[in-house]
Design a protein around this ligand. Structure first.
Ligand code: ADP
Ligand code: MG
Ligand code: MG
Length: 863
């Protein structure tokens, strides 16, 4: 009943049902949360009645009453949405305490220190969550009294100390909130419930939902649960554990706990917690019981669990369980192990791995041979490596990142208010907190490298610097972090490509067994082709030949070709380019032996290869002002400027590019076709199997394709006849303007294959210029839900997708068996891959590093 009770509530109920030690309580549903919002943010009469009734039942079952001066019931008020949003919403503990009940609690438990510690915690949390009083207002009070008493740990303060603290806290609350701390327990409860409802729409929860694509309308449930206490003394404690290692996937209990502590102490990073393994020595019976419960929960949910527990006077309570968040690395390992352990089928296991999360393991890491100036070591909280400027403030980090700079966010610890800074940073470094601290959990979720609890690093937020091993690192200095080892490194270090673990390779083989849609790669160089092939690409779906024109030694020849005054001059320049292109293609064909290689003929507007007008104007002006200037050079530059101006376009994206170049300057495409077939012939003669597929870009009318097809066929014929060899090849087109999709039946008559260039097709269908849209208004559109997604990242199924479906259908009607694929960036995105599969495409093509993602997403689509 997750959608009604929220994840936390549903699991608490389920654990209670199977007889686990869960403190009793009740859950206010997500429906109530939505009613609250629909009723104009009011706690309705019927909600109040139902809450009172449930409370009464709870009071009866535990034999205590809310507000009873002798034996008070204390409860926690906990948020819990359908999808877990750790730390994003607010929780209040120890509710029900006031100036009177605290005395009763002290007497009843014979533990005044504990009672007053709980009361001050309650005041702190409640006034933070419900009354909006910031945490830091209270901190100095505790620091001051600890200093006065000469102690460093909160746990060493006495009941009297806490009483003093409480008096000061109450004064702070009245001052900051403008009203006194409420003493009436049911009023406390009602307001806390409302605060949880409201927290659904606090800034950090909204941002979290946006990042994780959680719908806003779900609402949160509220769990009211009787308290158990980890802060009553040394046979008490609280902790968090994962049933398997969330970083590596290793099948070993993994977690942390603190003795004599409550609630958030473990994750807040106030005291550094102990690793769970040590609990085995400290409380052997509890450890064993906990291990058993972990095993039960794991086999019940058939997934790795993230479990919160508290020990009260030697008795263990379970306060929460949920499917644990994990790194991609761990996700793969756990899915693999579950199949080997016979717990899940291959299909089930594959579905446990989120293709988009795989990006993480396909990220780069530090070259083991690189020189590393290690200045500190912390906990390896989230794997991956990154370099960037050390920045101590989330707002600054966000600003610099928006300016295109790489930053590492360095904080003593992070809180949910740092989300935007973490999002903007390449990686996160904290000096406090453990493997389950906020920074660690959030970084793992975001797939960013993080090092936590790096106590060697002494951060001074005032001066914006940190010291480590006597070195001072100032704001803006470059540091590198390796979240896999916990090393903090001075300066930038060399990163290398990832390798796939054996488990990962095996999992991908399972995916291939199930997957029906093909996976190719977009690659322009033999190195990329090789990488992609290692990652499992089944061919090249798009080779962009213009990238070969951009090389430094070629640009002058390309410019010669473009600026040629006569046909002959142009042909001379092309003849110089030809052998170079041929070499490129030989390299690609060789790496892709036996697999299809789709080569797209020249696509961008020609002026992209020429110097820009502003630069030329500056040069010319300088030459004119200089009396000794070389007059010949000046005239050359002026003539170049005229040429460049002549080629300039108002809308280059819709200008003279793609097949329109081939139609007007057939010699360009002819040279490219010649290079392709000479390369193919050379390799075929050497016994290497080549499968060339020539692709004509930006076709809108069948006549364009017919002309270009004839050109390629004639060229191929000449080359192959001369070489005395036969090679099978195909000629196809990109579908990237709406007219091509609409007239796909006509176009199919001249095409052996269609490849949907969904980047351009999205631009031309929406009429958006991508470069302008993403910078100017698309963010606004997505943030304000004008569009559900950025259509350049996730294929717009209803519009662009409709054109794709239509083109496939029309094309196949005219030419049964017409091969179809997609080569836009969408080819590596899981939702788009699912769509491509549904639309009946034969393959997707994506960048080499996304090939494993596409293999898995392709299997998901079939399952
Ligand atoms: P979050 O969703 O942010 O994890 P929780 O509602 O789980 O918030 O509460 C945070 C912590 O508060 C828990 O991990 C637990 O330690 C403590 N807590 C919550 N309810 C209780 C309770 N009934 N008794 C004791 N501790 C509790
Ligand atoms: Mg929790
Ligand atoms: Mg295009």
């Amino acid at each position: 009943m997750k959608s009604l009770l929220g994840g936390k509530g549903a699991n608490l109920a389920e654990m209670t049902n199977v007889g686990l030690p869960v403190p009793p309580g009740f859950t206010i549903t997500t429906e109530a949360c939505n009613d609250y919002y629909n009723a104009g943010k009011t706690f309705t009469e019927s909600m109040e009645q139902q809450t009172l009734a449930a409370l009464k039942e709870l009071e009866e079952s535990v034999g205590k009453q809310l507000g009873d001066i002798e034996n008070p019931l204390l409860v926690s008020v906990r948020s819990g949405s359908v999808f877990s949003m750790p730390g994003m919403m607010d929780t209040v503990l120890n509710l029900g305490l006031n100036d009177e009940t605290v005395k009763g609690l002290a007497i009843k438990t014979n533990n005044a220190r504990f009672a007053y510690d709980s009361y001050r915690r309650f005041i702190q949390m409640y006034s933070g969550v419900v009354m909006g009083v910031d945490h830091y207002h209270f901190e100095h009070v505790i620091d001051a009294i600890k200093e006065a008493r000469g102690v460093t740990q909160d746990t060493l303060l006495s009941a009297e100390d806490w009483q003093q603290v409480i008096e000061k806290f109450k004064v702070i609350v009245t001052k900051q909130a403008g009203e006194e701390f409420p003493q009436e327990p049911f009023e406390q409860l009602k307001k806390a419930i409302l605060a949880v409802f409201k927290s659904w729409n606090n800034q950090r929860a909204i941002i979290y939902r946006k990042i994780h694509r959680i719908p806003d309308h779900l609402g949160t449930a509220v769990n009211i649960q009787s308290m158990v206490f980890g802060n009553m003394g040394d046979n008490c404690g609280t902790g968090v554990a994962f049933t398997r290692n969330p970083s590596t996937g290793e099948n070993l209990l993994y977690g942390e706990y603190l003795i004599n502590a409550q609630g958030e102490d473990v994750v807040a990073g106030i005291r550094t917690p102990q690793p769970i393994a040590t609990l085995k020595q400290v409380m052997p019976d509890i450890y064993e019981e906990f291990q058993n419960i972990c095993n039960r929960l794991e086999s019940h949910y058939k997934d790795m669990q993230d479990i919160e527990f508290t020990i009260e006077n030697g008795k263990l309570y379970i306060l929460q369980t949920r499917n644990g968040k994990r790194t991609a690395h761990a996700a793969v390992k756990i899915a693999y192990d579950y199949v080997i352990e016979g717990i899940l089928s291959k299909e089930e296991a594959l579905l446990r791995i989120d293709p988009s999360q795989l990006d993480q393991i396909l990220h780069r890491r530090i070259d083991p041979n690189a020189k590393q100036n290690v200045i500190a070591k912390g906990l390896p909280a989230s794997p991956g490596a990154a370099s960037g400027k050390a920045i101590f403030d989330s707002d600054v980090a966000e600003k610099l990142a928006n300016d295109g700079q790489k930053v590492i966010l360095v904080r003593p610890e992070t809180t949910p208010d740092d989300i935007h800074g973490m999002l903007a940073a390449q990686g996160i470094l904290t000096s406090r907190g453990g493997m389950t601290s906020h920074a660690a959990v959030v970084a793992r979720g975001m797939g960013k490298p993080a090092i936590c609890g790096c106590e060697e690093v002494k951060i001074d937020l005032q001066t914006k610097q940190f010291t480590a091993q006597g070195l001072v690192i100032n704001e803006g200095d470059i540091i590198s972090i390796d979240g896999g080892t916990g090393k903090v490194i001075l300066g930038e270090v060399k990163l290398i490509d990832p390798e796939l673990s054996n488990e990962f390779q095996e999992v991908l083989v399972w995916a291939d067994e199930i997957r029906e849609i093909g996976v190719r790669t977009n690659a322009d160089t033999p190195e990329d082709a090789l990488k992609a092939r290692e990652f499992g690409a089944e061919g090249i779906g798009l080779c962009r030949t213009e990238h070969m024109f951009m090389a430094a030694d070629r640009i002058p020849i390309v410019q010669e070709m473009i600026l040629a005054e006569t046909d002959q001059e142009r042909i001379d320049a092309l003849n110089k380019l030809m052998p170079m292109q041929q070499g490129d293609f030989e390299g690609l064909f060789r790496e892709m032996e036996g697999l299809p290689v789709t080569i797209r003929l020249l696509d961008p507007p020609l002026h992209e290869f020429l110097p820009n007008i502003e630069d030329l104007l500056v040069d010319i002006t300088k030459l004119k002002l200089d009396p000794d200037a070389d007059k010949v050079l000046l005239r050359e530059k002026e003539s170049l400027l005229r040429k460049v101006r002549g080629l300039a376009e108002f809308n280059p994206m819709l200008g003279h590019r793609g097949c329109r170049l081939g139609v007007v300057y057939p010699e360009i495409y002819e040279m490219q076709a010649k290079a392709i077939f000479m390369a193919a012939a050379n390799l075929a003669k050497a016994g290497i199997k080549v499968i060339p597929e020539v692709m004509i870009p930006l076709v809108g009318h069948v006549n364009e394709l017919a002309l270009m097809r004839k050109l390629v066929v004639d060229t191929a014929k000449d080359v192959l006849e001369e070489a005395g060899i036969e090679i099978e090849y195909t000629i196809g087109t990109m579908i990237e303007v709406p007219r091509a999709a609409i007239t796909a039946d006509e176009i199919a008559k001249e095409a052996d294959f269609f490849s949907f260039g969904t980047n351009d097709l999205t631009q031309t269908t929406f009429g958006f210029s991508r470069d302008d849209a993403e910078g100017k208004f698309l963010h606004y559109y997505v943030d304000n839900k004008v569009l559900p997604e950025n259509p350049f990242a996730v294929l717009d199924n209803d519009g662009v997708g409709k054109l794709v479906e239509m083109a496939v259908e029309l094309g196949r009607k005219a030419k049964p068996g017409l091969k179809t694929g997609i080569c836009g960036e969408h080819g590596g995105e899981k939702h788009s891959i699912e769509f491509c599969y549904q639309a009946g495409l034969d393959y997707v093509s994506c960048s080499p590093f996304r090939v494993p993602i596409a293999r898995l997403a392709g299997a998901h689509a079939t399952i």
